[in-house]
Design a protein around this ligand. Structure first.
Ligand code: FUB
Length: 348
């Protein structure tokens, strides 16, 4: 939601109307990537802290240093914090800003995928490996070759191919990569290199992972998100175009690519026939939450589908101090998703 509305919020009323309480409240958590491994739910969130960095549009105030994995025995049980899973000081290539992670499992090993800024101030994506879903994870010495920007989400298809989706505008630096190389020349500004409103929007990326899940198996490909007429969404269409927080899930044989629209604060989705897209814009999954960012994952648990998301209610609206939540989502017969309001009968 827009920053200027936070001062007017009655948080007691908002919390009473929230469709989910925070899953944990002893630490701040965000960007929850949820997976159902075996018969247990594992959540890989960002671990928000207040490091004292000033707020800016590049997200410098998101100065996270480590990850904790949460687990739940069932969707109604308490979330358990399994402690430190990985710290930036143990990642040789990473200097700071451990942003939204994801994880996946292959042949009994668990892989944590995470973005962080390297010592040149460039976001890269790394991998760390563990024998346990809750870590501790041992990081690879270098980031994934050819990786850039933020918010990795690794989807396992039914044929056991794994794909990484990633990208994020503004502080996530995606706009600085439009010629395949990091453009460091321009003064750092969140909106430098963003196309004009009537030009196609910048696109997220996907890459198939190598068999060992430690590197890409191909050069990342841009993902087309199309409108109902088959045209690319435009940069000025900020209620629908991709901003950050990519996720991919499958429902009834279709591929659902979902994401945040950033400065308009929606979680939207688009549907396609294969993991590379194109994806056709299909609507909103979640209306704006309290806080600037919105971020999610979608996880099937037994025969229901859940949206894991965050808001800033626990900190009474502090943008970078968030809390993760969960709510069930429902599909209509035509495969579209019923939009969730994060707070019932409550308007900002
Ligand atoms: O948590 C830091 C950043 O905020 C994430 O990488 C974005 O998706 C947004 O949630």
């Amino acid at each position: 939601m827009p920053e200027d509305k936070i001062d007017h919020i009655n948080f007691t009323k908002l919390n009473e109307n929230a469709i989910s309480p925070p899953l944990v409240d002893h630490i701040y958590t965000a960007d929850p990537s949820a997976h159902y491994f075996g018969d247990k739910i594992y959540i890989y969130p960002s671990h928000d802290i207040d490091a004292g960095d000033a707020f800016d549009d590049l997200g410098s105030h998101f100065a996270m240093e480590d990850y904790h994995v949460l687990s739940m025995d069932s969707i109604n049980s308490k979330a358990f914090d399994n402690g430190l899973a990985l710290h930036v000081r143990d990642v040789p290539w990473a200097e700071k800003q451990m942003w939204a992670p994801d994880a996946n499992e292959k042949d009994g090993k668990y892989y944590l995928f995470f973005p962080a800024k390297d010592y040149d101030g460039i976001f890269r994506i790394g991998v760390a490996v563990s024998d346990s879903p809750v870590g501790p994870f041992k990081p690879q010495p270098n980031p994934i070759k050819g990786s850039f920007s933020i918010d990795p989400a690794v989807f396992r298809d039914e044929d056991n191919a794994y794909f990484m989706y990633f990208g994020g505008l503004w502080g996530g630096q995606l706009q600085r990569w439009n010629n395949g190389e990091f453009n460091a020349k321009f003064p750092e500004s969140p909106t430098a290199f963003i196309p004009e409103d009537d030009a196609p929007a910048l696109l997220p990326y996907v890459a198939k992972m190598r068999d060992d899940l430690l590197e890409f198996d191909e050069t990342p490909r841009p993902i087309k998100i199309l409108d109902e007429s088959g045209n690319m969404l435009l940069a000025g269409d900020n209620q629908r175009r991709f901003f950050e927080a990519a996720w991919l899930h499958k429902h009834n044989g279709k591929y659902y690519f979902s994401y945040s629209t950033g400065d308009t604060h929606f979680i939207c989705y688009a549907i396609g026939d294969n993991p590379y897209g194109p994806f056709f814009y299909a609507g909103r999954i979640l209306n704006p939450v309290v806080g600037w960012t919105t971020h999610h994952s979608i996880c099937k648990i037994e025969n229901k589908t859940y949206l894991f998301y965050h808001d800033s209610s626990l900190s009474k609206g502090i943008t970078h101090l968030r809390c993760i939540k969960v709510a069930e989502i429902k599909y209509r017969d035509d495969g579209t998703i019923v939009t969730l309001d994060p707070y019932k009968d409550f308007h900002f």
